[in-house]
Design a protein around this ligand. Sequence first.
Ligand SMILES: [Zn+2]
Length: 453
Amino acid sequence: MSSGIDGGDVRVEGGGDDVSAGKKGRVCYYYDREVGNFYYGPNHPMKPHRLAMTHELVLAYGLHTQMSMFALRKATPTELAQFHTEDYVDFLGRVTPETQHEYVSLMQRFNLGEDCPVFDGLGDFVRLYSGGSIDGARRLNHGLTDVAINWSGGLHHAKKGEASGFCYVNDLVLAILELLKHHARVLYIDIDIHHGDGVEEAFYTTDRVMTVSFHKYGDMFFPGTGALGDVGANRGKRYSVNVPLRDGVDDRTFQSLFQPIMERVMEVYQPGAVVLQCGADSLGGDRLGCFSLSLDGHADCVRFMKKFRVPLLVTGGGGYTKHNVARCWAYETAAVLDAQISESIPMNAYMEYYAPEYRLGVASRWCIENANKVAYLNHVKKVVFDNLKDMEIAPSVQMHEVPPDWLVQLEPEVLKDGAATGQDLFGSGFAPPKRRRREDEREENMNNGVQHH
Ligand SMILES: [Zn+2]
Protein backbone atom coordinates (compact mmCIF):
# COMPACT_ATOMS: atom_id res chain seq x y z
CA MET A 1 0.00 0.00 0.00
CA SER A 2 1.52 3.27 -1.04
CA SER A 3 2.07 5.70 1.76
CA GLY A 4 2.50 8.58 -0.62
CA ILE A 5 5.57 9.67 1.28
CA ASP A 6 7.83 9.78 -1.71
CA GLY A 7 6.00 12.59 -3.39
CA GLY A 8 3.41 13.03 -6.04
CA ASP A 9 -0.23 13.06 -5.22
CA VAL A 10 -1.47 10.96 -2.39
CA ARG A 11 -3.41 7.99 -3.61
CA VAL A 12 -7.10 8.53 -3.88
CA GLU A 13 -9.14 5.52 -4.85
CA GLY A 14 -12.31 5.60 -6.76
CA GLY A 15 -13.17 5.51 -10.35
CA GLY A 16 -16.07 4.91 -12.64
CA ASP A 17 -19.21 6.50 -11.31
CA ASP A 18 -17.59 7.88 -8.23
CA VAL A 19 -15.54 10.48 -10.00
CA SER A 20 -17.98 11.55 -12.64
CA ALA A 21 -19.53 14.93 -12.03
CA GLY A 22 -22.63 14.97 -9.90
CA LYS A 23 -22.24 11.44 -8.65
CA LYS A 24 -19.68 12.09 -5.97
CA GLY A 25 -22.37 12.49 -3.37
CA ARG A 26 -23.27 15.52 -1.37
CA VAL A 27 -21.10 16.22 1.63
CA CYS A 28 -21.69 18.58 4.52
CA TYR A 29 -19.15 19.61 7.12
CA TYR A 30 -19.56 21.07 10.61
CA TYR A 31 -17.09 23.33 12.34
CA ASP A 32 -16.83 26.40 14.49
CA ARG A 33 -13.78 28.44 15.30
CA GLU A 34 -14.78 28.39 18.97
CA VAL A 35 -14.34 24.64 19.25
CA GLY A 36 -10.60 24.80 18.61
CA ASN A 37 -10.00 27.20 21.46
CA PHE A 38 -11.03 25.04 24.40
CA TYR A 39 -8.20 23.88 26.59
CA TYR A 40 -8.23 20.80 28.83
CA GLY A 41 -5.17 22.07 30.68
CA PRO A 42 -1.40 21.68 30.69
CA ASN A 43 -0.10 18.15 30.26
CA HIS A 44 -3.51 16.89 29.23
CA PRO A 45 -3.11 14.99 25.96
CA MET A 46 -6.50 16.00 24.55
CA LYS A 47 -6.00 19.18 22.54
CA PRO A 48 -9.10 20.65 20.87
CA HIS A 49 -6.62 22.85 19.00
CA ARG A 50 -6.12 19.89 16.63
CA LEU A 51 -9.61 20.75 15.30
CA ALA A 52 -8.50 24.24 14.29
CA MET A 53 -5.41 22.72 12.65
CA THR A 54 -7.57 20.24 10.74
CA HIS A 55 -9.92 22.96 9.57
CA GLU A 56 -7.06 25.18 8.38
CA LEU A 57 -5.71 22.30 6.36
CA VAL A 58 -9.13 21.59 4.86
CA LEU A 59 -9.31 25.24 3.80
CA ALA A 60 -5.75 25.34 2.55
CA TYR A 61 -6.45 22.34 0.33
CA GLY A 62 -9.55 24.12 -0.99
CA LEU A 63 -11.81 21.27 0.08
CA HIS A 64 -14.42 23.68 1.46
CA THR A 65 -15.40 24.59 -2.10
CA GLN A 66 -16.61 21.06 -2.68
CA MET A 67 -18.97 20.68 0.27
CA SER A 68 -21.56 22.56 2.31
CA MET A 69 -20.03 24.19 5.36
CA PHE A 70 -22.10 24.64 8.52
CA ALA A 71 -21.35 26.28 11.81
CA LEU A 72 -21.72 24.06 14.85
CA ARG A 73 -24.94 24.71 16.69
CA LYS A 74 -24.97 24.33 20.45
CA ALA A 75 -27.19 21.37 21.27
CA THR A 76 -29.74 22.18 23.95
CA PRO A 77 -29.75 20.53 27.39
CA THR A 78 -32.98 18.78 26.35
CA GLU A 79 -31.19 17.27 23.37
CA LEU A 80 -28.27 16.10 25.53
CA ALA A 81 -30.76 14.53 27.94
CA GLN A 82 -32.05 12.26 25.18
CA PHE A 83 -29.25 9.98 26.40
CA HIS A 84 -27.67 11.54 29.46
CA THR A 85 -29.26 11.95 32.87
CA GLU A 86 -30.67 15.38 33.55
CA ASP A 87 -28.65 15.95 36.70
CA TYR A 88 -25.43 15.20 34.82
CA VAL A 89 -26.34 17.50 31.91
CA ASP A 90 -27.29 20.21 34.37
CA PHE A 91 -24.00 19.87 36.24
CA LEU A 92 -21.91 20.05 33.05
CA GLY A 93 -23.73 23.26 32.22
CA ARG A 94 -23.00 25.02 35.47
CA VAL A 95 -19.75 23.72 36.98
CA THR A 96 -16.70 25.93 36.41
CA PRO A 97 -13.02 25.62 37.31
CA GLU A 98 -13.71 28.10 40.11
CA THR A 99 -16.72 26.32 41.59
CA GLN A 100 -15.69 22.68 41.13
CA HIS A 101 -14.18 22.51 44.61
CA GLU A 102 -17.59 23.13 46.13
CA TYR A 103 -18.91 19.92 44.59
CA VAL A 104 -16.55 17.20 45.74
CA SER A 105 -19.12 14.42 45.78
CA LEU A 106 -20.77 15.40 42.48
CA MET A 107 -17.37 15.65 40.81
CA GLN A 108 -16.70 12.12 41.96
CA ARG A 109 -20.11 10.84 40.98
CA PHE A 110 -19.80 12.21 37.46
CA ASN A 111 -16.19 11.07 37.18
CA LEU A 112 -14.87 14.59 36.62
CA GLY A 113 -11.35 15.48 37.63
CA GLU A 114 -8.04 14.31 36.28
CA ASP A 115 -8.87 12.57 32.98
CA CYS A 116 -12.00 14.60 32.43
CA PRO A 117 -11.17 17.96 33.93
CA VAL A 118 -13.56 20.85 34.38
CA PHE A 119 -12.18 23.61 32.17
CA ASP A 120 -13.35 27.03 31.04
CA GLY A 121 -16.33 26.76 28.72
CA LEU A 122 -16.82 23.00 29.25
CA GLY A 123 -20.61 23.37 28.98
CA ASP A 124 -20.30 25.15 25.63
CA PHE A 125 -17.72 22.69 24.35
CA VAL A 126 -19.96 19.64 24.87
CA ARG A 127 -22.95 21.41 23.35
CA LEU A 128 -20.97 22.45 20.27
CA TYR A 129 -19.46 19.11 19.37
CA SER A 130 -22.74 17.33 20.08
CA GLY A 131 -24.72 19.81 18.01
CA GLY A 132 -22.57 18.97 14.98
CA SER A 133 -23.22 15.24 15.20
CA ILE A 134 -26.95 15.65 15.90
CA ASP A 135 -27.42 18.11 13.03
CA GLY A 136 -25.38 15.91 10.72
CA ALA A 137 -27.71 13.01 11.57
CA ARG A 138 -30.74 15.22 10.88
CA ARG A 139 -29.51 16.31 7.49
CA LEU A 140 -28.89 12.67 6.62
CA ASN A 141 -32.37 11.76 7.86
CA HIS A 142 -33.95 14.34 5.61
CA GLY A 143 -31.95 13.32 2.58
CA LEU A 144 -30.23 16.70 2.43
CA THR A 145 -26.78 15.18 2.29
CA ASP A 146 -25.12 11.83 1.64
CA VAL A 147 -22.22 12.26 4.05
CA ALA A 148 -21.94 14.51 7.10
CA ILE A 149 -18.55 15.24 8.68
CA ASN A 150 -18.01 16.46 12.24
CA TRP A 151 -14.36 16.16 13.25
CA SER A 152 -15.12 17.75 16.61
CA GLY A 153 -17.40 14.82 17.51
CA GLY A 154 -16.70 11.17 18.19
CA LEU A 155 -16.38 11.23 21.99
CA HIS A 156 -17.18 7.57 22.35
CA HIS A 157 -16.33 6.90 26.01
CA ALA A 158 -18.94 9.14 27.67
CA LYS A 159 -21.58 7.29 29.66
CA LYS A 160 -25.17 8.07 30.47
CA GLY A 161 -24.37 9.66 33.81
CA GLU A 162 -20.62 10.14 33.81
CA ALA A 163 -17.61 11.35 31.91
CA SER A 164 -14.88 8.93 30.85
CA GLY A 165 -11.63 8.98 28.89
CA PHE A 166 -11.65 12.71 27.99
CA CYS A 167 -15.31 12.43 26.88
CA TYR A 168 -18.21 14.15 28.62
CA VAL A 169 -21.23 13.91 26.34
CA ASN A 170 -21.58 11.02 23.92
CA ASP A 171 -22.44 12.80 20.67
CA LEU A 172 -22.32 9.48 18.81
CA VAL A 173 -25.12 8.00 20.89
CA LEU A 174 -27.13 11.20 20.44
CA ALA A 175 -26.60 11.11 16.67
CA ILE A 176 -27.56 7.43 16.49
CA LEU A 177 -30.75 8.11 18.50
CA GLU A 178 -31.54 10.79 15.95
CA LEU A 179 -30.90 8.41 13.03
CA LEU A 180 -33.15 5.80 14.66
CA LYS A 181 -36.08 8.16 14.19
CA HIS A 182 -35.84 7.48 10.46
CA HIS A 183 -33.99 4.21 10.14
CA ALA A 184 -34.85 0.76 11.43
CA ARG A 185 -31.19 -0.19 11.76
CA VAL A 186 -28.10 1.93 12.33
CA LEU A 187 -24.54 0.64 12.14
CA TYR A 188 -21.78 2.13 14.29
CA ILE A 189 -18.12 1.53 13.38
CA ASP A 190 -15.20 2.59 15.57
CA ILE A 191 -11.57 2.67 14.38
CA ASP A 192 -10.20 4.65 17.32
CA ILE A 193 -7.46 2.65 19.06
CA HIS A 194 -9.63 2.55 22.18
CA HIS A 195 -12.73 0.40 22.50
CA GLY A 196 -15.95 2.30 21.71
CA ASP A 197 -17.36 1.36 25.10
CA GLY A 198 -19.85 4.20 25.64
CA VAL A 199 -21.65 3.55 22.37
CA GLU A 200 -21.57 -0.22 22.77
CA GLU A 201 -22.97 0.01 26.29
CA ALA A 202 -25.79 2.32 25.22
CA PHE A 203 -27.03 -0.13 22.59
CA TYR A 204 -25.84 -3.45 24.05
CA THR A 205 -29.30 -4.96 24.34
CA THR A 206 -30.92 -3.81 21.11
CA ASP A 207 -30.75 -5.11 17.56
CA ARG A 208 -31.62 -1.70 16.16
CA VAL A 209 -28.01 -0.60 16.49
CA MET A 210 -25.07 -2.77 15.59
CA THR A 211 -21.70 -1.67 16.96
CA VAL A 212 -18.37 -2.82 15.53
CA SER A 213 -15.18 -1.72 17.29
CA PHE A 214 -11.58 -2.38 16.23
CA HIS A 215 -9.24 -1.61 19.11
CA LYS A 216 -6.18 -2.41 21.14
CA TYR A 217 -7.06 -4.89 23.89
CA GLY A 218 -5.01 -6.19 26.80
CA ASP A 219 -2.06 -4.93 28.85
CA MET A 220 -4.51 -2.82 30.92
CA PHE A 221 -5.07 -0.62 27.90
CA PHE A 222 -7.94 1.83 28.42
CA PRO A 223 -10.86 1.26 28.86
CA GLY A 224 -10.30 -2.50 29.32
CA THR A 225 -13.58 -3.58 27.70
CA GLY A 226 -14.20 -4.92 24.20
CA ALA A 227 -13.24 -8.59 24.52
CA LEU A 228 -13.86 -10.88 21.57
CA GLY A 229 -16.58 -12.69 23.50
CA ASP A 230 -18.60 -9.56 24.22
CA VAL A 231 -21.29 -9.80 21.58
CA GLY A 232 -24.33 -8.08 23.06
CA ALA A 233 -27.16 -9.35 25.23
CA ASN A 234 -30.88 -10.12 25.04
CA ARG A 235 -32.30 -8.78 21.77
CA GLY A 236 -28.89 -7.26 21.13
CA LYS A 237 -27.07 -10.59 21.20
CA ARG A 238 -24.67 -10.79 18.22
CA TYR A 239 -25.23 -7.10 17.44
CA SER A 240 -22.06 -6.00 19.22
CA VAL A 241 -18.88 -6.96 17.43
CA ASN A 242 -15.48 -6.58 19.05
CA VAL A 243 -12.19 -6.97 17.24
CA PRO A 244 -9.51 -6.89 19.95
CA LEU A 245 -6.00 -6.34 18.62
CA ARG A 246 -2.46 -6.34 19.95
CA ASP A 247 0.26 -3.72 19.52
CA GLY A 248 1.70 -2.64 16.20
CA VAL A 249 -1.25 -3.22 13.87
CA ASP A 250 -0.17 -2.19 10.36
CA ASP A 251 -2.29 -1.30 7.33
CA ARG A 252 -2.35 -4.79 5.92
CA THR A 253 -3.30 -6.42 9.18
CA PHE A 254 -6.02 -3.88 9.83
CA GLN A 255 -7.59 -4.08 6.40
CA SER A 256 -7.38 -7.89 6.38
CA LEU A 257 -9.94 -7.74 9.17
CA PHE A 258 -11.81 -4.49 8.52
CA GLN A 259 -12.81 -5.08 4.93
CA PRO A 260 -14.11 -8.66 5.09
CA ILE A 261 -15.85 -8.04 8.41
CA MET A 262 -17.53 -4.82 7.25
CA GLU A 263 -18.47 -6.37 3.93
CA ARG A 264 -20.22 -9.17 5.75
CA VAL A 265 -21.84 -6.87 8.32
CA MET A 266 -23.28 -4.67 5.56
CA GLU A 267 -24.57 -7.74 3.79
CA VAL A 268 -26.37 -9.28 6.76
CA TYR A 269 -27.40 -6.21 8.73
CA GLN A 270 -28.32 -3.85 5.87
CA PRO A 271 -28.30 -0.65 7.93
CA GLY A 272 -30.22 2.43 6.87
CA ALA A 273 -27.39 4.69 8.09
CA VAL A 274 -23.78 4.29 9.18
CA VAL A 275 -21.82 6.23 11.80
CA LEU A 276 -18.04 5.98 11.43
CA GLN A 277 -15.87 7.14 14.33
CA CYS A 278 -12.41 7.90 12.93
CA GLY A 279 -10.30 8.30 16.07
CA ALA A 280 -6.79 9.11 14.83
CA ASP A 281 -4.97 7.58 17.79
CA SER A 282 -4.77 4.35 15.80
CA LEU A 283 -2.19 6.03 13.53
CA GLY A 284 1.47 5.17 13.94
CA GLY A 285 3.35 7.59 16.19
CA ASP A 286 0.34 8.63 18.26
CA ARG A 287 1.23 10.05 21.64
CA LEU A 288 -1.04 7.54 23.43
CA GLY A 289 -1.46 4.84 20.82
CA CYS A 290 0.52 1.72 19.88
CA PHE A 291 -0.73 0.87 16.39
CA SER A 292 1.18 1.54 13.18
CA LEU A 293 -1.48 2.63 10.70
CA SER A 294 -0.49 5.06 7.95
CA LEU A 295 -2.81 7.78 6.65
CA ASP A 296 -3.82 5.49 3.81
CA GLY A 297 -4.42 2.52 6.09
CA HIS A 298 -6.71 4.71 8.19
CA ALA A 299 -8.43 6.47 5.29
CA ASP A 300 -9.06 3.16 3.53
CA CYS A 301 -11.76 2.55 6.16
CA VAL A 302 -13.53 5.76 5.10
CA ARG A 303 -13.19 4.93 1.41
CA PHE A 304 -14.40 1.41 1.99
CA MET A 305 -17.53 2.43 3.89
CA LYS A 306 -18.34 5.23 1.48
CA LYS A 307 -18.60 2.74 -1.35
CA PHE A 308 -21.77 1.25 0.12
CA ARG A 309 -23.60 4.52 -0.54
CA VAL A 310 -25.54 4.40 2.70
CA PRO A 311 -26.09 7.73 4.55
CA LEU A 312 -22.87 8.22 6.45
CA LEU A 313 -21.91 10.30 9.48
CA VAL A 314 -18.14 10.63 9.88
CA THR A 315 -16.71 11.90 13.15
CA GLY A 316 -13.38 12.43 14.84
CA GLY A 317 -12.45 10.89 18.16
CA GLY A 318 -9.10 10.32 19.85
CA GLY A 319 -5.81 11.46 18.34
CA TYR A 320 -2.99 12.90 20.40
CA THR A 321 -0.19 13.78 18.02
CA LYS A 322 -1.83 16.95 16.77
CA HIS A 323 -0.07 17.42 13.45
CA ASN A 324 -0.88 13.85 12.43
CA VAL A 325 -4.51 14.18 13.53
CA ALA A 326 -4.89 17.25 11.30
CA ARG A 327 -3.19 15.44 8.40
CA CYS A 328 -5.43 12.42 8.88
CA TRP A 329 -8.76 14.21 9.06
CA ALA A 330 -7.97 16.63 6.24
CA TYR A 331 -6.94 13.66 4.12
CA GLU A 332 -10.12 11.81 5.06
CA THR A 333 -12.19 14.87 4.17
CA ALA A 334 -10.59 14.62 0.73
CA ALA A 335 -11.30 10.89 0.66
CA VAL A 336 -14.99 11.53 1.35
CA LEU A 337 -14.99 14.09 -1.48
CA ASP A 338 -13.04 11.82 -3.86
CA ALA A 339 -10.68 14.75 -4.15
CA GLN A 340 -7.06 14.44 -5.11
CA ILE A 341 -4.85 16.51 -2.83
CA SER A 342 -1.21 17.31 -3.03
CA GLU A 343 1.37 15.53 -0.90
CA SER A 344 3.06 18.78 0.05
CA ILE A 345 1.22 20.71 2.73
CA PRO A 346 -0.10 24.01 1.35
CA MET A 347 0.66 27.22 3.19
CA ASN A 348 -1.64 27.57 6.19
CA ALA A 349 -1.81 29.20 9.58
CA TYR A 350 -0.17 26.28 11.37
CA MET A 351 2.56 25.58 8.87
CA GLU A 352 5.30 25.23 11.48
CA TYR A 353 3.62 22.13 12.94
CA TYR A 354 4.34 20.23 9.74
CA ALA A 355 8.09 20.80 9.81
CA PRO A 356 10.52 19.60 8.74
CA GLU A 357 9.01 17.71 5.79
CA TYR A 358 5.83 19.76 5.26
CA ARG A 359 4.41 16.64 3.72
CA LEU A 360 1.07 14.96 4.21
CA GLY A 361 2.32 11.44 4.78
CA VAL A 362 5.01 11.21 7.39
CA ALA A 363 6.79 8.12 8.48
CA SER A 364 6.21 7.21 12.08
CA ARG A 365 9.17 8.23 14.20
CA TRP A 366 9.40 4.79 15.65
CA CYS A 367 8.11 1.43 14.67
CA ILE A 368 6.19 -0.83 17.00
CA GLU A 369 6.53 -4.49 16.16
CA ASN A 370 3.32 -6.08 14.94
CA ALA A 371 2.33 -8.44 17.76
CA ASN A 372 -0.70 -9.73 15.87
CA LYS A 373 0.34 -13.13 14.62
CA VAL A 374 -1.47 -14.82 11.76
CA ALA A 375 -2.92 -17.54 13.98
CA TYR A 376 -4.37 -14.97 16.34
CA LEU A 377 -5.89 -12.91 13.52
CA ASN A 378 -7.43 -16.01 11.99
CA HIS A 379 -8.93 -16.92 15.33
CA VAL A 380 -10.46 -13.45 15.76
CA LYS A 381 -11.83 -13.53 12.25
CA LYS A 382 -13.35 -16.95 12.71
CA VAL A 383 -15.12 -16.05 15.95
CA VAL A 384 -16.50 -12.84 14.46
CA PHE A 385 -17.69 -14.59 11.30
CA ASP A 386 -19.27 -17.43 13.26
CA ASN A 387 -21.26 -14.87 15.19
CA LEU A 388 -22.32 -13.07 12.06
CA LYS A 389 -23.37 -16.36 10.51
CA ASP A 390 -25.90 -16.88 13.26
CA MET A 391 -27.24 -13.38 13.00
CA GLU A 392 -30.67 -12.83 11.58
CA ILE A 393 -30.43 -11.13 8.21
CA ALA A 394 -31.71 -7.55 8.36
CA PRO A 395 -33.87 -8.02 11.45
CA SER A 396 -37.20 -6.35 10.85
CA VAL A 397 -37.32 -4.58 14.11
CA GLN A 398 -40.40 -2.88 15.32
CA MET A 399 -40.05 0.82 14.76
CA HIS A 400 -40.83 2.71 17.89
CA GLU A 401 -43.03 5.72 17.57
CA VAL A 402 -41.19 8.35 15.59
CA PRO A 403 -40.93 11.52 17.66
CA PRO A 404 -41.97 14.75 15.97
CA ASP A 405 -39.22 16.58 14.18
CA TRP A 406 -40.00 19.98 15.58
CA LEU A 407 -36.50 20.16 16.95
CA VAL A 408 -34.99 19.74 13.53
CA GLN A 409 -33.06 22.74 12.40
CA LEU A 410 -32.68 21.98 8.77
CA GLU A 411 -30.98 25.15 7.76
CA PRO A 412 -28.32 25.74 10.36
CA GLU A 413 -26.18 28.77 9.97
CA VAL A 414 -23.86 28.38 7.04
CA LEU A 415 -20.26 29.22 7.82
CA LYS A 416 -19.84 32.71 6.55
CA ASP A 417 -16.69 34.44 5.50
CA GLY A 418 -14.58 34.84 8.55
CA ALA A 419 -17.05 33.08 10.82
CA ALA A 420 -14.83 30.13 11.30
CA THR A 421 -11.35 31.49 11.35
CA GLY A 422 -11.45 35.22 11.78
CA GLN A 423 -10.09 35.61 8.31
CA ASP A 424 -11.36 35.62 4.80
CA LEU A 425 -12.48 32.03 5.07
CA PHE A 426 -12.41 31.24 1.42
CA GLY A 427 -9.62 33.56 0.45
CA SER A 428 -5.92 33.11 0.51
CA GLY A 429 -5.07 35.29 3.51
CA PHE A 430 -3.93 33.45 6.57
CA ALA A 431 -4.79 34.33 10.11
CA PRO A 432 -1.75 34.66 12.34
CA PRO A 433 -1.33 31.38 14.16
CA LYS A 434 -2.65 31.44 17.67
CA ARG A 435 0.21 31.63 20.10
CA ARG A 436 0.90 28.21 21.34
CA ARG A 437 0.65 27.89 25.07
CA ARG A 438 4.01 27.47 26.64
CA GLU A 439 2.96 24.27 28.39
CA ASP A 440 1.92 22.77 25.07
CA GLU A 441 5.17 23.72 23.49
CA ARG A 442 7.12 22.12 26.28
CA GLU A 443 5.08 18.99 25.98
CA GLU A 444 5.53 18.87 22.24
CA ASN A 445 9.24 19.26 22.57
CA MET A 446 9.41 16.37 24.93
CA ASN A 447 8.98 13.09 23.23
CA ASN A 448 5.58 11.60 22.74
CA GLY A 449 6.08 8.30 24.46
CA VAL A 450 3.72 8.95 27.37
CA GLN A 451 1.55 5.95 28.14
CA HIS A 452 -1.72 7.27 29.34
CA HIS A 453 -4.88 6.52 27.54
ZN1 LIG B 1 -8.92 6.77 21.59
